[in-house]
Design a protein around this ligand. Sequence first.
Ligand code: PEP
Length: 250
Amino acid sequence: MTPGVKPLIAGNWKMNGTRASLRELVAMAEAYDGAMRKRLDMLVCVPATLLHAAASAALGSRLMIGAQDCHVAASGAHTGDIAAEMIADAGAVAVIVGHSERRTDHRETDGLVRAKAEAALRADLLPVICIGETGAERQAGQTLDVLGAQLDGSLPSAPAVVVAYEPVWAIGTGLTPTMADIAEAHHFVRERLVARHGPAGRAMRILYGGSVKPANAAEILAIDHVDGALVGGASLKSADLLAICACCPG
Ligand code: PEP
């Protein structure tokens, strides 16, 4: 954790969930009570089809709803895409951009990710910008170089964003880096954010993502400069995501 920074636990449902899954969301919203709200922010990024229903289900709680991608344009001839403004109109307040699955499946570049983050800010959404090295890059000793280049290329000039460090090889695999490796990466990201944004960079949240689950969350969330988690598989069940929230120090 970073002293003075409120942690954020964010779920990413990926391409999972139908209206029946809103039961889980309602259970999360109900459990997210006053004491928990004081300790941490909680966000669930649902598929686009569920945005409006999820925002309605969470209404009255402070549980935030987010999307998983947005287009750079506010409107226009982009069949199948969704503008940041549409996401905001559906009641969501955040959007993940640059997830490694989009960088891979849709060949998204750092430049495009940056433009999407700027589009999110334009629509008053909080962008959660993902960066992370592949297994081959880690084995080749290139992790910090990759993270540095992704930070330089993917971040907008405004500091009002969240950065999620997600080693690609740890996503959905059950594998996690050593705690020392997570600490090294987060310390590096913090230094780059401070170099870029000055004091504002000290307060920016840096999440860790990649096979976070109730069994490893306490250890990971205790690391310096780990200001929360981006959670995939374990965010689908309210009991698991709430158990991860319970591991947040403070
Ligand atoms: C993710 O989807 O961002 C992620 C980290 O997935 P998982 O927790 O399943 O590894």
